[in-house]
Every structure is written in C-alpha cells, then in structure tokens.
Design a protein around this ligand. Structure first.
Ligand code: NAP
Length: 545
C-alpha cells in the first residue's frame, strides 16, 4: 500500500456541519476547486465516492487504460512549480502514471485533509430561508454550505448493459469502469468483451495477449487512430517546460484545448492525391485530432468527411487480413462524430488466431446465459465477460444525486427533456450551484484539463465577486439559460455531430433525452464569452444581497 493509500484511509472521518463550500468529487476538477477556495480563505469539504483522489483514473484501471491527450498538455497549469517539478514519462501515459500524478498533487498541496473518501453524496437541497445548501451523504453526514460545486466528471457513471439475462452468467464479470484494484488474471480463459468504444479499444489488445480465446461483441464499430505512444525525450520535456506559459496560452485559446496549427483549407478544394498525402501524414503523427484537423470542414460537411472516412476504411482493410472482419470493423457514420479512440495495435489484434469478432448488427445478442452470450445464431461459451459498455455521460453524475433547488424543484425532473444550464455551469432555480464541465460547456469536446481549470477559475471568480461585493447568491435567469441552450443547439446544428447516435447525444442510454450536450464552438471562444460575462458584472445572472 502506498503512502497515499494509507493517508487516504486514515484521513479523519470528521465532517464539519458548516462550510463555505461542499465539493462533490476528488478528481482533477474537485482537487483544483478545493485548492482555489483555500487560496481565497474559504472553507471547503470534498466528498469522494472512491478510496482516493483521481476520479476517472481511480476507477478505470483496466489494462490498456490510457489518456488520449498528450501528458504535457493533459496536466494542471495553475502551478508553475508543479509544472516544472513533475516528470511525465510517456506521451500518452497509462492509468497508473496519471493516478500517480493526481496523488502527487494531493500530497503536494495537502488536499487530503479536506477530502472524505468512500463517501457518496446522495442529496443536496437548497434552503431558501437560510440561503444555503444542505448536503447529505450515504453515511448520514449533513453539511450546510453556501456553495455547492459538482466536480463529478463527465464519464463517471457506468452504464449498466441493458441486455436480457445480465445477472444470470455464472462466470466472472467485470466492467472496465470498475476494474478490480488487484488486477485480473485472464490467462488461459475464454473471455468475451462487449463494447468497442475507447475502453473496449484499449482493453481488447491486452486481453487478447492473455486470454486463451477472446470474442469481441461489436454493436457499432469505432474509428480508432494510432496513438503512436512512446516515452518522452528529455529534450522535448525541457522544450515544453521552458515555454510553458506560451504553451498554456495557446491551449486556452485553441479549439480543443490542444495547441495545433488550425487547418485553413477545405478537404474538397485539394486534389485527391494531395488529400491522401495529408491524411497519411496525419495518420503517421497519430493522436486524437491530427486527422480531424487536416481540413476545415471535416466536422461540418458530409462530403468532406466522406474523404476522411474512406481513408480510414482503407487503413482498416490494410491492417486487418480477413476482408469480412475488416469490413465489419469499418464504421458507417461520419468520422469524429462519436468520440474517436486512440489505440496501440487494436486493428491488428483481429489478425490473431485467438480473437473473433461478432458483428451484433448481423447477429444481435439475444441474452446472457449461465455459460456465456447467446447471439441470434449461436451460443458463445465464456469464462469471463468484460463489459466495456460506457457511461451515462455528462449528466449522469449530476442527476444521480437528488439535487433540489428553489421550491424543492428537482434538477433531475427539470432536465427530463434535456439538460439546461447557462454556460453549462449554472442552472436557473439552483442558486450558488456550479457544475464543473457541465452540459452546454465544451467539456468532452476538449482537453478536459483545460476546460475544468477554466470552469473552476470562473466559479472561483464568481464566488470572489460575491464576497467582495457583500452579495450572497448568484443564479442564472431563465431567459439567459434558454438563450444559451438554443445557442448550444444552433452551434451543434452546424456540425455533423447530432446526426450520429452517441453518448454525446445521450442516445447510448435507453430513455435518455436525445440532445447534443457539449458546446461545439471551441474552448477559446467559450472562454472569451465567459470572461466577458464576468468582466461585465455577470449579465444573465441574478446576484442578490
Ligand atoms: P462508449 O464510447 O460509450 O462505448 C461503449 C461501447 O459499448 C459501444 O461500442 C457501445 O455500442 C457498446 N454497448 C453499449 N451497450 C451495449 C449493449 N447493450 N450491447 C452491445 N454493445 C453495447 O464508452 P467507453 O468506451 O467507456 O468510452 C466513453 C468515453 O470515455 C470515451 O469516448 C472517452 O471520452 C472516455 N474514455 C477515454 C479513454 C482514453 O482517454 N483513452 C479511455 C476510455 C474512455 P453502441 O455504440 O452501439 O452504443
């Protein structure tokens, strides 16, 4: 057990009855929020369902779990000392390295003393008379706080696989988002993986190396780009560290929170040869956005997107020997409209003798049985089932807490037809509630580190404004919230995103309203807008004394 583990477990379970702020979640956003509030001499307590800091990186311990943004960019910018002293090892670090970073930050800034681990927040109700939130936990703690910050993450509530017979399987069952800390030995076993999003694409090559036999159950094929992961060279680390301020500025002003040159031309204005060469270069560079950043219109024009789609299909056919398997692995929706995956050897894994792909579009799963998975044509006998079936994303963690604002109105109920949040951070009827990277903000369409720091800074700025001006509450007007929600829809409507069923639109969760949730105009533009609103004294918000 590491020192961090020990500290986390022995941390005091004393819970103050009153604080300035309750923060829910001790992932990267909750940790930074705590740090910011402390700097403002405000008291805060963080409740965290997990046994340590790290959020998504605490839970998602499956083999192959890696970040898909480069480490030197996927890191906090708030402390120049932290930036200089921390040594990243890989371009795309695996889960243990990122968790090590989260723990290092918790230790370095002494965060754990204000975090209560293994404690899930169940409810939060706004007391209009007392102008405070009353927050309850699963252990019966009740804390009164002026501010409630939901740092609950965008992909933190695993989606249960809605397949008949799920509870019947007699073998071992694992979900990638809740992987056993002690690891899982799959040597010599028959394993089935259900789901081929980022988690499936990450875990499948490594399970294939261990298991006697691996069957992949694919409903929708994923676009996966090569990670080209490698160790970082000392000179490139030194180069970024020497220019970190300029690098951070570029990140903040960029579209995705990742500094890369913006494309200037349409995919349709160049010759097929030139386009192919550009796609080849992007494929060689690898990473999440090189290919999608080759031309200006890959997210907005079907015809342009089709050129990239055909290129990736050709790549898949080059990598996968069996033509039928290759064809099954080629997605039919526009590239990039579901979150693309990054992989190391994903497609090549299907050339292994012990790996079989089941195309669920052709032979859907009928049920899970005691001994395996029965598809419409046959039974697949298994020892282990791995669900890589994703998350109730973006809103799931917010609506899983019973949050009640003015008049006892429930956030869950008021979002029944889709989430509504001004700037994606605050909701009308819920004073002093901040949702870090909430629906209607760039969130998952960006480098989350850049977006969560911006939201935390903005929330801290708003709280500071109240403090300096003797005000008690901040709450968006319904009019501003409606106008923002319409604007988010309008921006999305100019892209190809809403055309594809994905977790961005809630289409992966049966019964969830189908709304494109993230704000697609980019983090640079969004930040300007947020900063402008703060500078002008928070128009669109009601501030009360
Ligand atoms: P996901 O992208 O939602 O993928 C879930 C997969 O499970 C999909 O292929 C889905 O098929 C399938 N599925 C769900 N329910 C099913 C059912 N009942 N029967 C058969 N198949 C079913 O989830 P994820 O892979 O966990 O990734 C979610 C997000 O987390 C990523 O997009 C990314 O933002 C983040 N993430 C990042 C990394 C990284 O940084 N490297 C790694 C993991 C996750 P359908 O598409 O047909 O629904």
């Amino acid at each position: 057990m590491s020192i961090s583990d020990r500290d986390a477990r022995t941390a005091s379970r004393t819970v103050p009855s009153r604080v300035d702020a309750v923060i829910v979640g001790a992932g990267f956003s909750g940790m930074y929020m705590l740090h910011r509030l402390r700097e403002m001499n405000l008291s805060a307590i963080v409740f965290e369902a997990g046994g340590d800091v790290g959020g998504t990186w605490y839970w998602n311990r499956y083999p192959g779990a890696r970040v898909d943004v480069e480490s030197l960019a996927y890191s906090y910018s708030f402390s120049a000392e932290l930036e200089q002293e921390y040594e990243w090892l890989e371009r795309y670090p695996a889960q243990p390295e990122i968790l090590r970073y989260a723990r290092h930050v918790a230790d370095r800034f002494g965060l754990r003393r204000d975090i209560r681990f293994d404690t899930r927040v169940t409810a939060a109700a706004y007391d209009e008379g007392g102008r405070a939130w009353r927050v309850r936990t699963e252990h019966g703690d009740v804390v009164t706080a002026r501010f409630l910050v939901m740092s609950t993450g965008c992909v933190s509530v695993p989606k249960s696989p809605e397949i008949p017979g799920v509870g019947r399987f007699g073998g071992r069952v694992h979900h990638t988002a809740n992987w056993p800390h002690e690891g899982v030995d799959l040597t010599g076993l028959r394993v089935g993986v259900i789901g081929t999003g980022s988690s499936g694409v990450g875990v499948i090559p490594l399970i294939a190396e261990q298991a006697a036999d691996l069957t992949v159950f694919q409903r929708t094929a994923a676009y996966s780009f090569p990670a080209r992961n490698r160790g970082l060279r000392p000179e490139e680390i030194a180069g970024v560290k020497a220019n970190y301020r300029a690098f951070r500025k570029e990140q903040r002003e960029s579209h995705f929170g990742i500094p890369v040159p913006m494309p200037t031309r349409s995919a349709l204005e160049v010759s097929p040869e030139e386009r192919e060469a550009a796609y080849e270069r992007a494929w060689e560079i690898g990473g999440l956005i090189s290919l999608m950043y080759t031309y200006t219109d890959l997210y907005t024009s079907r015809e342009a997107n089709d050129t990239a789609k055909r290129f990736v299909h050709r790549k898949i056919h080059q990598m996968v020997r069996d033509p039928r398997t290759a064809a099954d692995l080629c997605p039919d929706y526009p590239v990039g409209t579901k979150r693309p995956c990054l992989d190391t050897g994903y497609y090549e894994t299907y050339n292994r003798e012990n790996v079989h792909l089941v195309n669920l579009r052709r032979t859907p799963i009928a049920e899970i049985t005691e001994t395996g998975v029965r598809t419409s044509d046959r039974e697949h006998a298994l020892d282990v089932i791995v669900y890589a079936t994703g998350f109730d994303a973006i809103t799931g963690a917010l609506t899983s807490v019973d949050i009640r604002g003015r008049g006892g109105v429930s956030l869950r109920e008021s979002w029944r037809t889709g989430p509504r949040a001004y700037l994606g951070i605050a909701a009308a009827g819920f004073p002093n509630l901040f949702m870090i990277t909430g629906p209607g903000s760039p969130s998952v369409l960006s480098n989350m580190m850049v977006s969560l720091e911006q939201h935390v800074d903005w929330a801290a700025g708003a709280i500071g404004h109240l403090e300096r001006n003797g005000l008690t509450t901040i709450e968006p007007t319904r009019q501003a919230q409606d106008a923002w929600t319409d604007h988010v829809d309008l921006v999305a409507a100019h892209t190809l995103f809403p055309e594809t069923d994905s977790w961005y639109t809630g289409a992966n969760v049966p019964g969830k309203p189908r709304v494109f949730m993230p704000y697609a105009a980019g983090v640079g533009q969004y930040r300007k807008r947020c900063d402008d609103i703060a500078a002008r004294g928070y128009p669109g918000f009601t501030l009360s004394a």
